[in-house]
Design a protein around this ligand. Structure first.
Ligand code: SAM
Length: 331
């Protein structure tokens, strides 16, 4: 153990076996402290606040864990118009958000040309950093959207285990997912990936390998959250992922990727709002807040959630205060 602490302090890379060993520790408190120190060295006490706008819940994929999967007939589908998207982004900008994440299911209705035009408009009228998260696209489409001004792309690899990946996704392969991430990175996007904790057949070795996958891309941002069971999916009877294991995975990711932006994922706050605060002491430095209009937000039901959007301005102020209450500085 002392040898591993020494390696972490020395900023040496950890192997899969070492990561797996650390994930299983009885007492993880020293590792949390080291991750928090590394977070502080790189980001001080600042917490980045980002707005996320979920502009369509149509999805052609059949991911077994996700409430948006195309086989779920119980969800009302919506698509926001370009004007609605731009109006909502403008409101978020006026409320103080400097980064917007445009997220959707994999929805062919929005062509690269449309997404590119939306990005162009946002860039023309605001100084916002724009992240797109609309799933797997062709190299040409990623390229076009980048040329239109998109700064970042978020595409979680979900799991680095080929067998688990193919069990969960009859609609895609891990190879394609990782290839898409490679394309995104090569085009100069600030690249985000991530994975879930609590997937079927997942072991500590799988999680260790997930962390190494993030490092191999290498990711500039990584969202790590617990799986949350959704009653309209094939995984309805599976338990939610562990919040403790999620925090451990975030801490080890901070150690492996000192400069990466690591959000306290919404999923963690859904299971336990206190845990979402705690995660800022485990290596996370980012928080995302939904700005999806109320009339649509209830239908973006990836997993059941009690987090509601009512007033973008008020909620931004409340969030800033919550961050200050944790002794951190919102930016
Ligand atoms: N279509 C885009 C994509 O594939 O990246 C973005 C939308 S997708 C719904 C966003 C993320 O939601 C996924 O990357 C996945 O990790 C997460 N997600 C979906 N279902 C979930 C669940 N039941 N529990 C926790 N996270 C889930």
């Amino acid at each position: 153990m002392n040898n591993l602490i020494h390696k972490i302090k020395n900023r040496d890379e950890l192997t899969k076996e070492e990561l797996s060993h650390l994930l299983a520790l009885d007492d993880f408190s020293e590792i949390f402290r080291l991750a928090d120190d590394i977070r502080y060295e790189n980001f001080g006490n600042y917490v980045d606040i980002r707005a996320i706008l979920e502009f369509s819940n149509y999805c052609k994929r059949k991911c077994k864990y996700c409430g948006l999967n195309s086989t779920n007939k119980n969800v009302k589908r919506y698509r926001m118009s370009v004007d609605e998207i731009l109006e909502t982004v403008k409101t978020a900008y006026d409320a103080g958000y400097k980064t917007i994440v445009l997220q959707s299911g994999e929805d062919n209705y929005y062509t690269a040309k449309m997404i590119g035009d939306i990005v162009r408009q946002i860039k023309k009228h605001t100084s916002m950093v724009v992240t797109v998260s609309s799933g797997e696209l062709s190299y040409e489409d990623y390229k076009y959207i980048k040329l239109c001004g998109a700064d970042r792309y978020l595409l979680k690899h979900e799991t680095s285990d080929e067998k688990i990946y193919s069990y969960l996704h009859s609609c895609g392969t891990l190879k394609n997912r990782l290839n898409a991430l490679k394309n995104i990175k090569s085009l100069g996007y600030y690249t985000g990936s991530g994975f879930m904790i609590g997937l079927p057949f997942q072991t500590l070795d799988t999680i260790a390998n997930d962390i190494l996958t993030l490092a191999s891309i290498p990711c500039d941002m990584a969202g790590i959250g617990p799986f949350i069971s959704h009653s309209d999916t094939p995984l309805r009877n599976l338990q939610n992922g562990s919040t403790e294991l999620t925090k451990r995975a975030v801490a080890l990711t901070r150690i492996m990727l000192p400069k990466a932006h690591l959000p306290a994922t919404t999923a963690l706050g859904v299971i336990d709002s206190k845990e979402k605060d705690n995660i800022f002491s485990c290596g996370a430095n980012v928080i995302m807040r939904k700005v999806t209009p109320q009339k649509y937000e209830q239908y973006y039901s990836i997993y059941p959630s009690n987090i509601k959007v009512s007033d973008i301005y008020k909620e931004r102020k409340i969030l800033e205060q919550q961050i200050k209450n944790l002794g951190r500085i919102p930016v």
